[in-house]
Design a protein around this ligand. Structure first.
Ligand code: SF4
Length: 227
């Protein structure tokens, strides 16, 4: 008698065991999702909710603010990303979009507003002026980057960046929020007990801001010629 047999005569293969919980790859999770099984964690749910519900502070400083306003209009529709609720009070906002030239007279107010925002909070520097002073970098009255006083999460270059660039920056911020951890070495900044929530407000002196920067926040990247 022949030893050969077709597939239909074979006994059904034993189902693959489920991977151990907590040690599952993205591919395995996607495979489970295709079978109608959704795996998640409290951390993912927490980050998912925060990612899709960002409330920007409603203020602008110069021409870049016009592009930020355009981002909230129907054509660009920032509401698609859950960030359409611009709040007039820092107490109700968790995202500061620094859009425009930060003069040295305005810098203390910007830092004060950031301090008044509750944690977790984030900052986007929109445009060349907010990043470095932009075309007014050599001006005696212009701050050479808001990151001298408050931590910036996302930088969006341009003069001005278009609304699409701001949306891209918002997506980058969402990706960052998704990776924040509730515990462990990669714990989110706002959950670390020793991390500051408020930052020293500079004073506008007779000629300049004092101090000129907060060394705990601002670190100058080395120039290629110095490396
Ligand atoms: S980066 Fe350009 S467009 Fe934006 S505030 Fe400065 S000068 Fe205006």
């Amino acid at each position: 008698m022949s030893e050969t047999s077709d597939r239909s005569s074979l006994p059904p293969a034993a189902p693959e065991p489920f991977p151990a919980a907590g040690n599952i790859s993205d591919e395995e999770r996607e495979e489970l999702r295709r079978h109608g099984i959704l795996l998640t964690s409290l951390e993912e749910l927490y980050n998912w909710g925060r990612t899709n519900s960002i409330w920007p502070l409603q203020f602008g400083l110069a021409c870049c603010a016009i592009e930020m306003i355009a981002t909230a209009t129907a054509r660009f529709d920032i509401a698609r990303f859950g960030a359409e609720i611009f709040r007039p009070s820092p107490r109700q906002a968790d995202l500061m979009i620094v859009s425009g030239t930060v003069t040295k007279k305005m810098a203390p107010q910007v830092v004060r507003l950031f301090n008044q925002m509750p944690e977790p909070k984030y900052c986007i520097a929109m445009g060349a002026c907010a990043i470095s002073g932009g075309p007014f970098k050599q001006g005696y009255n212009v701050l050479k980057g808001i990151d001298r006083y408050i931590p910036v999460d996302i930088y969006i270059p341009g003069c001005p960046p278009r609304p699409e660039a701001l949306l891209n920056g918002l997506i980058q911020l969402q990706e960052k929020i998704k990776t924040e951890r509730l515990k462990g070495p990669a714990t989110a900044r706002h959950l670390k007990p020793d991390a500051p929530s408020e930052y020293p407000i500079p004073e506008y002196d007779a000629h300049d801001l004092k101090p000129p920067k907060n060394p705990a926040v601002w670190t100058q990247n080395p120039l290629p010629r110095d490396q």
